[in-house]
Design a protein around this ligand. Structure first.
Ligand SMILES: NC(=O)c1ccc[n+]([C@@H]2O[C@H](COP(=O)([O-])OP(=O)(O)OC[C@H]3O[C@@H](n4cnc5c(N)ncnc54)[C@H](OP(=O)(O)O)[C@@H]3O)[C@@H](O)[C@H]2O)c1
Length: 474
């Protein structure tokens, strides 16, 4: 079952990658239409238009030993589905990583950063996980780490990377681990207009040894990151460490475009906020043209974690999830639908979770079993995600319609809350009907209007957009 789903998924990918037609209202169909590279994307004239622009996204993907991998421009690979521990509580990190790499989840990508200060815990977790797995061959695990903006500039970046590599050293040399490292610049600079960034304060608090090594990057913000990049290039070309790729994070199009002028190596990976994927089509298109692999953060926090921001969007997403549940034969949650939507387009994801059950829910083993979303589902998910990110809900809600038929008695109809509370809806005379609009899995109770001891409960077990008849015989 799982295997054939994987095969179907790959077939669908190759169909999407090579044959996707231009579908006017379909964001991802368009960004996957490899057919006409000459076609220039229209200039975006505003954020909401951007999801309709003809940017392109998506790396070529393939399975290797049951792990979905994206191919990078340097012909190395990166797992498409990882776990983010960069902002996870320290006491969870090692145990989570050890658990994530187990066979039922097979997570092979861990996202962290130098600024997170937990790289040695990541290494510890990878070793513990590999030892627990106990397989003969080395466990290939990829780690993404990043250089914080206070470490921009050649010498400072060298210090940051050397500290990261020192933290990973124990895993690099471990007989059971094949550690592959991806090093990114976390930000192009410290931005005075980003509220949580404290450019002067952070510089002030830097270790004197780092300050002495290289100039304050805030004094030359347009060039400090270029010096950092030169160091990353040397690191990558030196072959001294298992550095699989180098890349950048939170870079704007104008930053990466500058690399054309001075860089020997284009970034292999760009890690961005999910927001950029929908609203920054020029950046997405540039990445596609230069084969820069896109990886997104904020995939959960920007969407399902704040689902109340856009209740209509949630219902649309639930409908897609329910349909996928039916076709996959396994439960598919709205969170998984969003993750599948991303990875099915060659965009890698690094969701963070503190819950072991969610490690499995977000894992490649489970996500790979989700069938390829069709064009309509792709579009619905894109619209729902856009609604979450913009805070502007989808215009139309979707429902289930139900008709209650009072067959044997006059009945009283109540809606049942999840806490067991009852809300009275209507009195239905024997032989008459009552139409209600509701949602899947909502519950109702019908009482004999003259004897409250006689009642029957009803669960709405149909999907959004469907109709259900309920014949009440007491
Ligand atoms: N490059 C950058 O500048 C940058 C910026 C931000 C983050 N990151 C990195 O990106 C990684 C991911 O972090 P993020 O901040 O983007 O967070 P995220 O993964 O978008 O969201 C994490 C939140 O989602 C919840 N969650 C996870 N799986 C879920 C599921 N299946 N259903 C419902 N809720 C779910 C988690 O709750 P539970 O814990 O309760 O499961 C947690 O509250 C981290 O490594 C982080 O360091 C990078």
């Amino acid at each position: 079952m799982l295997r054939s789903s994987w095969v179907n998924l790959l077939l669908s990918f190759s169909f999407l990658l090579h044959n996707a037609p231009l579908v006017e209202a379909n964001f991802f169909s368009r960004i996957l239409s490899f057919g006409n590279d000459e076609e220039k994307p229209p200039q975006p004239s505003g954020a909401r238009q951007a999801s309709g622009a003809m940017g392109k996204v998506g790396s070529i993907i393939a399975f290797d030993k049951g792990v979905l991998m994206a191919h990078l421009a340097n012909n190395n690979r990166i797992p498409l589905i990882g776990v983010g521990v960069g902002n996870a509580p320290r006491h969870h990190v090692s145990a989570l990583v050890a658990e994530a790499v187990q066979d039922d989840k097979r997570v092979r990508l861990i996202d962290t950063s130098h600024a997170s200060g937990n790289e040695e815990l990541v290494a510890e977790g990878i070793i513990a996980g590999a030892e627990r797995l106990g397989q003969d061959e080395k466990l290939e695990v990829h780690v993404v780490t990043k250089v914080w903006y206070t470490y921009l500039g050649y010498e400072r970046t060298k210090i940051s990377v050397e500290e990261s590599l020192k933290s990973f050293e124990v895993a690099i040399h471990h007989p059971k681990v094949n550690l592959r490292i991806h090093v990114l610049l976390h930000w192009p600079k410290c931005f005075d207009n980003i509220e949580w960034m404290n450019c002067a304060g952070e510089e002030e608090a830097m270790d004197p040894m780092v300050k002495a090594a290289g100039p304050d990057p805030t004094k030359d913000p347009e060039n400090a990151w270029k010096e950092s990049w030169k160091y990353l290039e040397e690191l990558y070309l030196s072959d001294k460490y298992p550095v699989e790729s180098i890349g950048v994070s939170n870079f704007h199009l104008h930053d990466v475009e500058k690399m054309d002028r001075f860089a020997r190596i284009h970034p292999h990976v760009l890690q961005v906020n999910l927001w950029n994927l929908l609203y920054d089509p020029m950046l997405v298109d540039y990445c596609h043209k230069h084969r820069i692999h896109l990886q997104v953060y904020n995939a959960m926090h920007g969407t399902v974690v704040n689902a109340r921001r856009a209740p209509h969007a949630l219902h649309h997403l639930q409908k897609v999830s329910n349909d996928l549940t039916t076709s996959a034969g396994l439960p598919v949650t709205p969170a998984q639908t969003i993750l599948a939507w991303l990875v099915q387009h060659g965009v890698s994801v690094i969701p963070r979770t503190s819950k072991l059950t969610r490690l499995e829910e977000n894992s490649g083993v489970v996500l790979s079993a989700i069938p390829a979303l069709n064009d309509e589902q792709v579009e619905i998910v894109a619209n729902a995600v856009e609604a979450y990110l913009s805070g502007e809900d989808m215009e139309k809600d979707i429902h289930v319609s139900v008709t209650f038929h009072a067959i044997s008695h006059d009945i009283m109809l109540y809606w049942l809350g999840s806490d067991g509370s009852e809300t009275r809806i209507d009195h239905i005379w024997k032989g008459e009907t009552f139409d209600e609009v509701t949602y899947p899995n909502h519950r109702f109770r019908t009482y004999n209007a003259y004897n409250k001891d006689e009642y029957v409960d009803h669960v709405i077990d149909v999907n959004f957009g469907e109709h259900k008849n309920i014949h009440v015989e007491l």
